[in-house]
Write a new protein. Structure first.
Length: 338
Protein backbone atom coordinates (compact mmCIF):
# COMPACT_ATOMS: atom_id res chain seq x y z
CA UNK A 1 0.00 0.00 0.00
CA UNK A 2 1.23 3.54 -0.67
CA UNK A 3 1.98 5.70 2.37
CA UNK A 4 -0.48 8.41 3.36
CA UNK A 5 1.88 10.96 1.88
CA UNK A 6 2.10 9.10 -1.45
CA UNK A 7 -1.70 8.76 -1.54
CA UNK A 8 -2.15 12.47 -0.86
CA UNK A 9 0.42 13.32 -3.54
CA UNK A 10 -1.17 11.03 -6.10
CA UNK A 11 -4.77 12.08 -5.37
CA UNK A 12 -3.63 15.72 -5.44
CA UNK A 13 -2.01 15.15 -8.80
CA UNK A 14 -5.17 13.47 -10.16
CA UNK A 15 -7.33 16.33 -8.89
CA UNK A 16 -4.99 18.89 -10.43
CA UNK A 17 -5.10 16.99 -13.77
CA UNK A 18 -8.92 16.85 -13.66
CA UNK A 19 -9.04 20.60 -13.16
CA UNK A 20 -6.54 21.17 -15.95
CA UNK A 21 -8.74 19.14 -18.35
CA UNK A 22 -11.84 21.10 -17.32
CA UNK A 23 -9.94 24.33 -17.86
CA UNK A 24 -11.14 25.69 -14.51
CA UNK A 25 -9.12 28.67 -13.30
CA UNK A 26 -7.00 27.79 -10.31
CA UNK A 27 -4.46 29.85 -8.43
CA UNK A 28 -1.74 28.68 -6.08
CA UNK A 29 -1.96 30.35 -2.70
CA UNK A 30 0.35 30.13 0.33
CA UNK A 31 -0.58 31.16 3.86
CA UNK A 32 2.40 31.92 6.14
CA UNK A 33 1.35 31.61 9.79
CA UNK A 34 -1.39 29.17 8.80
CA UNK A 35 -1.69 27.45 12.19
CA UNK A 36 -2.49 30.66 14.09
CA UNK A 37 -5.68 32.31 15.26
CA UNK A 38 -6.20 34.01 11.88
CA UNK A 39 -4.33 31.39 9.87
CA UNK A 40 -6.63 28.46 10.62
CA UNK A 41 -10.02 30.00 9.73
CA UNK A 42 -8.34 31.79 6.82
CA UNK A 43 -6.98 28.47 5.56
CA UNK A 44 -10.43 26.89 5.87
CA UNK A 45 -12.11 29.70 3.94
CA UNK A 46 -9.42 29.62 1.22
CA UNK A 47 -9.89 25.82 0.95
CA UNK A 48 -13.53 26.64 0.13
CA UNK A 49 -12.63 29.26 -2.48
CA UNK A 50 -13.26 27.92 -6.02
CA UNK A 51 -10.50 30.16 -7.44
CA UNK A 52 -7.85 28.27 -5.45
CA UNK A 53 -6.39 25.05 -6.91
CA UNK A 54 -3.41 24.60 -4.58
CA UNK A 55 -3.17 25.80 -0.97
CA UNK A 56 0.18 25.73 0.86
CA UNK A 57 0.02 26.05 4.65
CA UNK A 58 3.27 27.14 6.32
CA UNK A 59 3.94 27.70 10.01
CA UNK A 60 6.68 27.13 12.55
CA UNK A 61 4.25 24.96 14.61
CA UNK A 62 1.26 22.65 13.98
CA UNK A 63 1.15 22.97 10.18
CA UNK A 64 0.85 19.17 9.63
CA UNK A 65 -2.21 18.89 11.90
CA UNK A 66 -4.05 21.82 10.33
CA UNK A 67 -3.20 20.45 6.87
CA UNK A 68 -4.43 16.91 7.63
CA UNK A 69 -7.66 18.33 9.04
CA UNK A 70 -8.41 20.65 6.09
CA UNK A 71 -7.34 18.07 3.50
CA UNK A 72 -10.48 16.02 4.29
CA UNK A 73 -12.80 18.80 3.11
CA UNK A 74 -14.37 17.81 -0.24
CA UNK A 75 -13.54 21.07 -2.00
CA UNK A 76 -11.32 21.53 -5.04
CA UNK A 77 -8.10 22.97 -3.60
CA UNK A 78 -5.24 20.55 -2.92
CA UNK A 79 -3.75 21.32 0.52
CA UNK A 80 -0.10 20.80 1.44
CA UNK A 81 1.57 21.54 4.79
CA UNK A 82 5.06 22.92 5.46
CA UNK A 83 6.67 23.07 8.90
CA UNK A 84 9.52 25.33 9.91
CA UNK A 85 12.18 27.38 8.18
CA UNK A 86 13.76 24.47 6.22
CA UNK A 87 10.44 24.03 4.37
CA UNK A 88 9.77 27.72 3.68
CA UNK A 89 11.20 27.61 0.15
CA UNK A 90 9.09 24.59 -0.84
CA UNK A 91 6.03 26.32 0.59
CA UNK A 92 6.62 29.40 -1.56
CA UNK A 93 7.84 28.01 -4.87
CA UNK A 94 5.33 28.59 -7.68
CA UNK A 95 2.81 30.61 -5.65
CA UNK A 96 0.56 33.25 -7.27
CA UNK A 97 -0.60 34.79 -3.99
CA UNK A 98 1.06 34.77 -0.56
CA UNK A 99 -1.00 35.79 2.49
CA UNK A 100 0.97 36.60 5.67
CA UNK A 101 -0.75 36.52 9.07
CA UNK A 102 2.43 35.31 10.87
CA UNK A 103 3.45 37.07 14.05
CA UNK A 104 2.36 37.89 17.57
CA UNK A 105 -0.96 39.61 18.35
CA UNK A 106 -1.69 42.38 20.88
CA UNK A 107 -2.74 42.00 24.52
CA UNK A 108 -4.77 44.66 26.38
CA UNK A 109 -2.78 47.85 26.96
CA UNK A 110 -0.50 47.33 23.94
CA UNK A 111 -0.39 49.34 20.72
CA UNK A 112 0.22 47.64 17.39
CA UNK A 113 3.63 49.31 17.36
CA UNK A 114 4.52 47.34 20.51
CA UNK A 115 4.55 44.25 18.22
CA UNK A 116 7.26 45.76 16.00
CA UNK A 117 10.27 44.19 17.75
CA UNK A 118 9.07 40.61 17.19
CA UNK A 119 7.05 40.89 14.00
CA UNK A 120 9.52 43.00 12.00
CA UNK A 121 12.06 40.16 11.99
CA UNK A 122 9.42 37.55 11.13
CA UNK A 123 8.17 39.59 8.16
CA UNK A 124 11.74 40.22 6.96
CA UNK A 125 12.56 36.49 6.91
CA UNK A 126 9.33 35.53 5.16
CA UNK A 127 9.75 38.27 2.54
CA UNK A 128 13.32 37.17 1.87
CA UNK A 129 11.84 33.76 1.06
CA UNK A 130 9.25 35.33 -1.27
CA UNK A 131 11.94 37.35 -3.08
CA UNK A 132 13.88 34.14 -3.68
CA UNK A 133 11.11 31.64 -4.51
CA UNK A 134 8.08 33.51 -5.92
CA UNK A 135 9.15 37.09 -6.72
CA UNK A 136 6.12 37.61 -8.98
CA UNK A 137 3.53 36.60 -6.38
CA UNK A 138 1.00 39.09 -5.05
CA UNK A 139 1.64 39.59 -1.32
CA UNK A 140 -1.19 40.30 1.16
CA UNK A 141 0.46 41.44 4.40
CA UNK A 142 -1.65 41.14 7.57
CA UNK A 143 1.02 41.02 10.32
CA UNK A 144 1.06 44.11 12.54
CA UNK A 145 2.03 46.87 12.68
CA UNK A 146 0.93 46.98 9.02
CA UNK A 147 1.98 50.66 8.78
CA UNK A 148 5.59 49.47 9.32
CA UNK A 149 5.59 45.86 8.05
CA UNK A 150 4.61 46.92 4.50
CA UNK A 151 7.60 49.33 4.27
CA UNK A 152 9.78 46.52 5.70
CA UNK A 153 8.60 44.14 2.97
CA UNK A 154 9.20 46.80 0.30
CA UNK A 155 12.79 47.34 1.49
CA UNK A 156 13.47 43.58 1.55
CA UNK A 157 12.20 43.28 -2.02
CA UNK A 158 14.22 46.34 -3.11
CA UNK A 159 17.39 44.79 -1.67
CA UNK A 160 16.66 41.61 -3.62
CA UNK A 161 15.89 43.67 -6.76
CA UNK A 162 12.42 42.08 -7.02
CA UNK A 163 10.29 45.00 -5.78
CA UNK A 164 7.14 45.72 -7.72
CA UNK A 165 4.97 48.14 -5.71
CA UNK A 166 1.83 46.87 -7.45
CA UNK A 167 2.27 43.40 -5.93
CA UNK A 168 2.65 44.40 -2.27
CA UNK A 169 -0.60 45.12 -0.45
CA UNK A 170 -1.12 45.77 3.26
CA UNK A 171 -4.48 44.33 4.30
CA UNK A 172 -6.77 47.03 5.75
CA UNK A 173 -9.96 45.26 4.74
CA UNK A 174 -10.99 44.63 8.37
CA UNK A 175 -11.32 48.40 8.84
CA UNK A 176 -13.69 48.52 5.87
CA UNK A 177 -15.63 45.48 7.12
CA UNK A 178 -16.03 47.11 10.55
CA UNK A 179 -16.94 50.47 9.05
CA UNK A 180 -19.62 48.87 6.87
CA UNK A 181 -21.04 47.06 9.92
CA UNK A 182 -21.08 50.04 12.31
CA UNK A 183 -22.41 52.48 9.70
CA UNK A 184 -25.16 50.03 8.74
CA UNK A 185 -26.17 49.78 12.41
CA UNK A 186 -26.52 53.57 12.65
CA UNK A 187 -28.42 53.83 9.36
CA UNK A 188 -30.62 50.78 10.02
CA UNK A 189 -29.41 49.11 6.80
CA UNK A 190 -28.16 45.66 5.83
CA UNK A 191 -24.31 45.90 6.07
CA UNK A 192 -24.04 44.21 2.67
CA UNK A 193 -25.63 47.30 1.10
CA UNK A 194 -23.12 49.69 2.67
CA UNK A 195 -19.72 50.72 1.31
CA UNK A 196 -17.44 52.91 3.43
CA UNK A 197 -14.01 53.89 2.07
CA UNK A 198 -11.38 53.73 4.84
CA UNK A 199 -8.05 55.37 4.00
CA UNK A 200 -4.72 56.18 5.67
CA UNK A 201 -3.27 53.22 7.54
CA UNK A 202 -4.09 50.49 10.03
CA UNK A 203 -3.60 51.82 13.57
CA UNK A 204 -5.56 54.29 15.71
CA UNK A 205 -5.84 57.75 14.16
CA UNK A 206 -4.24 56.54 10.92
CA UNK A 207 -7.50 54.63 10.25
CA UNK A 208 -9.57 57.31 8.52
CA UNK A 209 -13.13 56.41 7.49
CA UNK A 210 -14.51 58.74 4.83
CA UNK A 211 -18.08 59.00 6.10
CA UNK A 212 -18.85 61.77 3.61
CA UNK A 213 -18.38 59.21 0.80
CA UNK A 214 -20.55 56.39 2.17
CA UNK A 215 -22.68 54.53 -0.34
CA UNK A 216 -25.66 54.68 -0.43
CA UNK A 217 -25.40 58.47 -0.03
CA UNK A 218 -26.41 59.57 3.47
CA UNK A 219 -25.55 62.15 6.11
CA UNK A 220 -24.56 61.94 9.76
CA UNK A 221 -24.93 64.34 12.69
CA UNK A 222 -21.65 65.58 14.24
CA UNK A 223 -22.29 63.18 17.17
CA UNK A 224 -22.77 60.22 14.81
CA UNK A 225 -19.61 61.15 12.91
CA UNK A 226 -17.61 61.32 16.13
CA UNK A 227 -19.05 58.03 17.44
CA UNK A 228 -18.50 56.14 14.16
CA UNK A 229 -14.98 57.46 13.60
CA UNK A 230 -13.91 56.52 17.13
CA UNK A 231 -15.52 53.09 16.97
CA UNK A 232 -13.93 52.26 13.60
CA UNK A 233 -10.50 53.51 14.75
CA UNK A 234 -10.73 51.48 17.96
CA UNK A 235 -12.40 48.34 16.57
CA UNK A 236 -9.23 46.28 17.04
CA UNK A 237 -8.84 47.43 20.65
CA UNK A 238 -12.50 46.61 21.31
CA UNK A 239 -11.78 42.97 20.37
CA UNK A 240 -8.40 42.84 22.18
CA UNK A 241 -10.09 43.99 25.40
CA UNK A 242 -13.04 41.61 25.01
CA UNK A 243 -10.61 38.70 24.48
CA UNK A 244 -8.88 39.78 27.71
CA UNK A 245 -5.33 38.67 26.96
CA UNK A 246 -6.04 35.70 24.69
CA UNK A 247 -5.39 37.55 21.41
CA UNK A 248 -6.89 39.97 18.92
CA UNK A 249 -9.42 39.71 16.08
CA UNK A 250 -9.07 36.36 14.31
CA UNK A 251 -12.45 35.31 12.89
CA UNK A 252 -13.51 38.69 11.50
CA UNK A 253 -9.93 39.11 10.24
CA UNK A 254 -10.00 35.75 8.48
CA UNK A 255 -13.29 36.80 6.85
CA UNK A 256 -11.79 40.15 5.81
CA UNK A 257 -8.57 38.52 4.57
CA UNK A 258 -10.52 36.10 2.37
CA UNK A 259 -12.70 38.90 1.03
CA UNK A 260 -9.53 40.76 0.07
CA UNK A 261 -7.64 37.70 -1.24
CA UNK A 262 -10.65 36.75 -3.36
CA UNK A 263 -10.66 40.27 -4.85
CA UNK A 264 -6.92 39.89 -5.65
CA UNK A 265 -7.56 36.52 -7.34
CA UNK A 266 -10.46 37.93 -9.37
CA UNK A 267 -8.13 40.72 -10.46
CA UNK A 268 -5.44 38.19 -11.40
CA UNK A 269 -8.05 36.28 -13.43
CA UNK A 270 -8.71 39.45 -15.40
CA UNK A 271 -12.10 40.49 -13.97
CA UNK A 272 -12.85 44.16 -14.63
CA UNK A 273 -13.72 46.74 -11.97
CA UNK A 274 -12.35 45.00 -8.86
CA UNK A 275 -11.81 47.85 -6.39
CA UNK A 276 -10.93 47.55 -2.67
CA UNK A 277 -9.06 49.60 -0.07
CA UNK A 278 -5.46 48.58 0.73
CA UNK A 279 -2.24 50.04 2.17
CA UNK A 280 0.06 50.39 -0.84
CA UNK A 281 2.90 52.41 -2.34
CA UNK A 282 1.13 55.63 -3.19
CA UNK A 283 1.36 59.12 -4.61
CA UNK A 284 -2.01 60.14 -3.23
CA UNK A 285 -0.30 62.09 -0.42
CA UNK A 286 3.32 63.11 0.16
CA UNK A 287 3.86 59.82 2.07
CA UNK A 288 5.38 56.82 0.24
CA UNK A 289 2.63 54.46 1.48
CA UNK A 290 -1.02 55.17 2.10
CA UNK A 291 -4.27 53.20 2.17
CA UNK A 292 -6.92 54.13 -0.36
CA UNK A 293 -9.09 52.48 -2.96
CA UNK A 294 -7.09 50.50 -5.51
CA UNK A 295 -8.10 48.71 -8.69
CA UNK A 296 -6.92 45.11 -8.62
CA UNK A 297 -5.90 43.51 -11.90
CA UNK A 298 -3.61 40.95 -13.51
CA UNK A 299 -0.48 42.53 -12.00
CA UNK A 300 -1.87 43.57 -8.62
CA UNK A 301 -2.80 47.13 -7.63
CA UNK A 302 -2.95 48.51 -11.16
CA UNK A 303 -4.45 51.86 -10.19
CA UNK A 304 -4.39 53.78 -6.89
CA UNK A 305 -7.34 56.14 -6.59
CA UNK A 306 -7.25 59.68 -5.19
CA UNK A 307 -9.16 60.35 -1.95
CA UNK A 308 -11.92 62.43 -3.53
CA UNK A 309 -13.52 65.44 -1.81
CA UNK A 310 -13.09 65.48 1.99
CA UNK A 311 -15.11 67.51 4.50
CA UNK A 312 -13.50 69.64 7.22
CA UNK A 313 -13.65 66.83 9.82
CA UNK A 314 -11.91 64.43 7.44
CA UNK A 315 -9.26 67.01 6.43
CA UNK A 316 -8.30 67.42 10.11
CA UNK A 317 -8.29 63.62 10.51
CA UNK A 318 -6.06 63.29 7.44
CA UNK A 319 -3.42 65.61 8.90
CA UNK A 320 -3.34 63.61 12.16
CA UNK A 321 -3.16 60.34 10.23
CA UNK A 322 -0.29 61.52 8.03
CA UNK A 323 1.74 62.71 11.04
CA UNK A 324 1.59 59.31 12.75
CA UNK A 325 1.97 57.34 9.52
CA UNK A 326 5.18 59.15 8.55
CA UNK A 327 6.93 57.90 11.71
CA UNK A 328 5.67 54.31 11.35
CA UNK A 329 6.74 54.12 7.71
CA UNK A 330 10.19 55.52 8.51
CA UNK A 331 10.59 53.02 11.37
CA UNK A 332 9.96 50.13 8.97
CA UNK A 333 12.33 51.49 6.31
CA UNK A 334 15.11 52.09 8.87
CA UNK A 335 14.76 48.54 10.25
CA UNK A 336 16.02 47.14 6.93
CA UNK A 337 18.32 49.98 5.85
CA UNK A 338 20.26 49.85 9.13
P1 LIG B 1 -1.47 33.97 16.50
O1 LIG B 1 -0.40 34.07 17.52
O2 LIG B 1 -2.73 33.27 16.85
O3 LIG B 1 -0.90 33.27 15.18
C1 LIG B 1 0.29 33.67 14.60
C2 LIG B 1 0.91 32.47 13.92
O4 LIG B 1 2.14 32.90 13.33
C3 LIG B 1 1.25 31.32 14.90
O5 LIG B 1 0.71 30.10 14.44
C4 LIG B 1 2.76 31.28 14.89
O6 LIG B 1 3.30 29.99 15.06
C5 LIG B 1 3.05 31.84 13.50
N1 LIG B 1 4.41 32.32 13.36
C6 LIG B 1 5.20 32.93 14.26
N2 LIG B 1 6.42 33.14 13.74
C7 LIG B 1 6.40 32.65 12.48
C8 LIG B 1 7.36 32.56 11.45
N3 LIG B 1 8.58 33.03 11.59
N4 LIG B 1 6.97 31.98 10.30
C9 LIG B 1 5.71 31.51 10.13
N5 LIG B 1 4.77 31.56 11.09
C10 LIG B 1 5.13 32.12 12.24
O7 LIG B 1 -1.79 35.47 16.02
P2 LIG B 1 -3.03 35.96 15.12
O8 LIG B 1 -4.15 36.33 16.01
O9 LIG B 1 -3.25 34.99 14.03
O10 LIG B 1 -2.44 37.34 14.52
C11 LIG B 1 -1.36 37.33 13.63
C12 LIG B 1 -0.94 38.75 13.26
O11 LIG B 1 -1.99 39.40 12.53
C13 LIG B 1 -0.65 39.64 14.46
O12 LIG B 1 0.50 40.41 14.20
C14 LIG B 1 -1.87 40.54 14.53
O13 LIG B 1 -1.61 41.77 15.17
C15 LIG B 1 -2.18 40.70 13.07
N6 LIG B 1 -3.53 41.16 12.75
C16 LIG B 1 -3.68 42.04 11.72
C17 LIG B 1 -4.94 42.48 11.35
C18 LIG B 1 -5.10 43.44 10.21
O14 LIG B 1 -6.20 44.00 10.06
N7 LIG B 1 -4.12 43.63 9.35
C19 LIG B 1 -6.06 42.02 12.05
C20 LIG B 1 -5.89 41.11 13.07
C21 LIG B 1 -4.61 40.69 13.43
C1 LIG C 1 -7.30 44.62 14.34
O1 LIG C 1 -7.56 45.72 13.84
O2 LIG C 1 -8.18 43.90 14.85
C2 LIG C 1 -5.89 44.11 14.29
O3 LIG C 1 -5.01 45.07 13.83
C3 LIG C 1 -5.44 43.49 15.57
C4 LIG C 1 -5.22 44.48 16.68
O4 LIG C 1 -4.16 44.42 17.31
O5 LIG C 1 -6.09 45.30 16.93
Amino acid sequence: YPSNLQMEESSGLKQAMCRAKGGAPGFKVAILGAAGGIGQPLAMLMKMNPLVSVLHLYDVVNAPGVTADLSHMDTGAVVRGFLGQPQLESALTGMDLVIIPAGVPRKPGMTRDDLFNINAGIVRTLCEGIAKCCPNAIVNLISNPVNSTVPIAAEVFKKAATYDPKRLLGVTMLDVVRANTFVAEVLGLDPREVDVPVVGGHAGVTILPLLSQVKPPCSFTPQETEYLTNRIQNGGTEVVEAKAGTGSATLSMAYAAVKFADACLRGLRGDAGVVECAFVASQVTELPFFASKVRLGRIGAEEVFQLGPLNEYERIGLEKAKKELAGSIQKGVSFIKK
